[in-house]
Ligand binder design. Structure first.
Ligand SMILES: Cc1ncc(COP(=O)(O)O)c(C=O)c1O
Length: 434
């Protein structure tokens, strides 16, 4: 019991509290005890066996295959347990809360939460003091769109396929304060798109009035991986602020914000980083923080020492979600960002290879090596996205996401296996023949 309690306390980054009953004690007696959650560093197996063992750390139903992390990730047991255990702890032990500065707190909103910022920063190669924690990518984008100094007539370049959570804050500012959003039209399908073309498209909408480039690291509609390093370098040379939407890339690709060269990166760790739902991040380059106004103000809105904490003034929030976020960051880092990327982009490659062999299939995402990732949008001639989605679910409980008429989006993650990809390809081949 004590071991389990210290294990969970360690996961949660909490001091070991006396009198905290374990989850085992609270579990209904009619259910078999689930195995204690493991972190990746506790898995001894190597090669394919490592991934098979890792899959056991997820509670996804065994007969179901989930290929839609692009919408929302499935958290591992360790993350779930940390959140649930902490929520129980808060509601049980709240009377012990004494508000002394160096003692445990029971909610967020009034503290810098440095340990969680540090752990998230470690995933993206940055420093905790340059990270603000928020609810999701939409918050991060809005903090930039609303908080950066821009005058009427100043221009922002964005694409016609940006997710609303990576774009609409700029449209709001345009309508309210007269900035101008210049829109790039991306070629669709994106099959033959090249990195040079993407760079030219940004430059083509850029004028002396351009103040910001809104760049999706990977866009959600076509799973196009943008050449962010090149784009950010060009933006920097021209004094243009580069705002990268990492909703589809944090936890998917190995990221180092300094190598990327962006001025800001925001994202939704509840997707690829497999964090509890309702976690967001905004990283801002230190020399750009002073010029970024807070959007939501409470006690520390004007904190000059910790500029990113000034962006976290959202009032009372759920600390348990941050406890889970910390564990999700540790879980990811114990596998290693590079290893995750190689594994899941490898399955994306396998999928695209297999699709090329299916008559009537069409890859709608880019096929250029530098623009591909673990997500792929594809179609089958004569079939809608809904038909493909429903066929895979009805036949084999395989969940991909319909993208409407054109086809489906299929995202591979660490709880998927090359065998899952092969099974899906076999079924797609069958559907294509009907
Ligand atoms: C590229 C991109 N940006 C932003 C968002 C918005 O994410 P959230 O709803 O978590 O704020 C999404 C969500 O799918 C996305 O794919």
């Amino acid at each position: 019991m004590t071991d389990r309690r210290s294990f969970l306390a360690t996961l949660a980054g909490l001091p070991l509290l006396s009198g905290v009953p374990t989850r085992l004690a609270a579990r209904p007696t009619d259910r078999p005890a689930a195995a204690d959650p493991r972190m990746p560093s506790q898995i001894r197996a190597t090669g394919e066996a490592f991934w098979t063992e890792l899959r056991k750390e997820f509670t996804l139903n065994k007969d179901e295959t989930f290929f839609n992390t692009g919408t929302l990730g499935a958290s591992p047991k360790a993350v779930q347990e940390a959140v649930i255990e902490h929520m129980r702890h808060v509601d049980r032990d709240i009377a012990r809360w004494d508000y002394y500065a160096d003692h445990e707190n029971y909610f967020t909103g009034y503290y810098p939460e440095m340990q969680y910022r540090d752990r998230l920063a470690a995933v993206i190669g940055g420093k905790g003091k340059d990270v603000a924690l928020c609810q999701n990518a939409t918050f991060g984008m809005n903090f930039l769109a609303n908080g950066l100094e821009m005058a009427p007539g100043d221009e922002v370049v964005a694409t016609n396929m940006d997710h609303p959570g990576g774009r609409k804050g700029f449209d709001l500012r345009a309508k309210r304060q007269g900035i101008v959003v210049k829109e790039i039209t991306l070629p669709d399908p994106a099959t033959d798109l090249t990195p040079d073309q993407l760079v030219d498209l940004y430059l083509g909408q850029t004028t002396p009035k351009t103040k910001l480039w809104a760049i999706p690291h990977i866009n959600s509609g076509r799973a196009t991986r943008f050449p962010v390093e090149r784009l950010c370098a060009i933006a920097r040379e021209r004094g243009i602020f580069s705002a990268v939407d990492g909703a589809q890339s944090i936890g998917h690709l190995a990221i180092d914000v300094n190598a990327m060269g962006c001025d800001a990166l925001y994202g939704s760790p509840h997707k690829w980083l497999l964090a509890p739902k309702g976690n967001g991040v905004l990283w801002v380059r230190p020399d750009k923080q002073a010029a970024l106004w807070s959007t939501i103000a409470s006690s520390a809105w004007d904190d000059q020492e910790d500029r990113m904490y000034a962006l976290m003034q959202m009032g009372t929030g759920n600390l348990s979600l941050l406890v889970g976020l910390g564990v999700a960051c540790d879980f990811h880092r114990q596998i290693g960002s590079q290893k995750v990327q190689e594994r899941i982009v490898g399955m994306g490659d396998q999928l695209r290879e297999g699709l090329r062999k299916i008559p009537g299939s069409k890859i709608i995402s880019p096929t250029h090596r530098d623009l591909t990732c673990a997500s792929t949008v594809y179609g089958l001639s004569g079939k809608t996205g809904n038909q493909i989605q429903d066929f895979l679910w009805d036949r084999a409980k395989i969940r991909v996401r319909s993208m409407g008429e054109i086809g489906v989006r299929h995202t591979c993650h660490i709880y998927n296996s090359p065998k899952d990809v092969d099974r899906t390809l076999a079924l797609l081949g069958e559907l294509a023949r009907t």
